[in-house]
Design a protein around this ligand. Structure first.
Ligand code: FAD
Length: 214
């Protein structure tokens, strides 16, 4: 593991924040994750890289789990503090050239938006539709970095999104072209349900890519 200094912290909501770290030329494919650990501790956790592959810094989007072992500590970190970084790891890699079709569907719950933020920052001219599920509209983390017309915000706790309900309820209303390349990231329950809906709609299993956070 290498020590990286925190260069900035952006608090997005009471519980969610972006940690910006020195990149130190760490190479990664957009969609991969790093492992973070506070120096002198043994607990470590995975975080998808939120920044673009060409950015000269490394960012992660973190949601505090109040009862969690690591995130309440990460939330207290300030610019100038250091974190140990290992990686990159993972196969949720994205390069538009890898895919036969250039129509992309990105489905995220909560901080599961992180890889898609990195995809779009790295490849700004992508043809995508991002479906992002949160409880409240204030959790539309930095949606200004996406094309507004390419996002559907699904909210379950208020009516401030484009659709009130879960991402899976929204997906059930959609017509999809069978060669759409579908990427799912977030909690396992959403991923399992979304996977079933997409396959029922005629998307082939090999065109569905998943990253489970918990
Ligand atoms: C490949 C991968 C990439 C990940 N990328 C991110 C990321 O970009 N951003 C991010 O915030 N997290 C991400 N996670 C989750 C992260 O690794 C930690 O599990 C999370 O931050 C909780 O850590 P903790 O030590 O505070 O809680 P823990 O003590 O590990 O867990 C406490 C409980 O909270 C549950 N839990 C874990 N994550 C969440 C969550 N987000 N919301 C609600 N409950 C949760 C766990 O299932 C557990 O029951 C990723 C996980 C994986 C496997």
């Amino acid at each position: 593991m290498k020590l990286h200094q925190i260069t900035a912290v952006r608090q997005l909501t009471d519980s969610t924040f972006v940690l910006q770290l020195e990149r130190k030329e760490l190479p990664f494919h957009t969609g991969q994750f790093v492992i973070l650990r506070r120096p002198g501790t043994i607990e470590q956790r995975e975080y998808t890289v939120y920044s673009g592959a060409k950015d000269n810094f490394l960012e992660v989007l973190v949601r505090e789990v109040t009862e969690g072992k690591v995130t309440p500590r990460l939330k207290k970190m300030q610019p100038g503090d250091q974190l140990e970084v290992d990686g990159p790891f993972g196969f949720f890699r994205f390069n538009p050239k890898m895919f036969p079709s250039q129509k992309f569907l990105f489905v995220a719950t909560g901080t599961g938006i992180s890889p898609f933020h990195s995809f779009v920052k790295t490849y700004p001219s992508l043809d995508y539709h991002l479906v992002h599920g949160v409880r409240f509209g204030e959790e539309a983390y930095e949606h200004h970095d996406f094309n507004k017309q390419n996002i559907t915000l699904c909210t379950t706790g208020d009516k401030t999104g484009n659709f009130m309900g879960r991402v899976t309820q929204f997906l059930a209303t959609q017509k999809l072209e069978s060669d759409t390349q579908c990427f799912l990231c977030g909690n396992s329950e959403m991923i399992q349900e979304a996977f079933d809906i997409l396959t029922e709609k005629g998307i082939e299993v090999q065109n569905i890519y998943t990253e489970v956070y918990f």
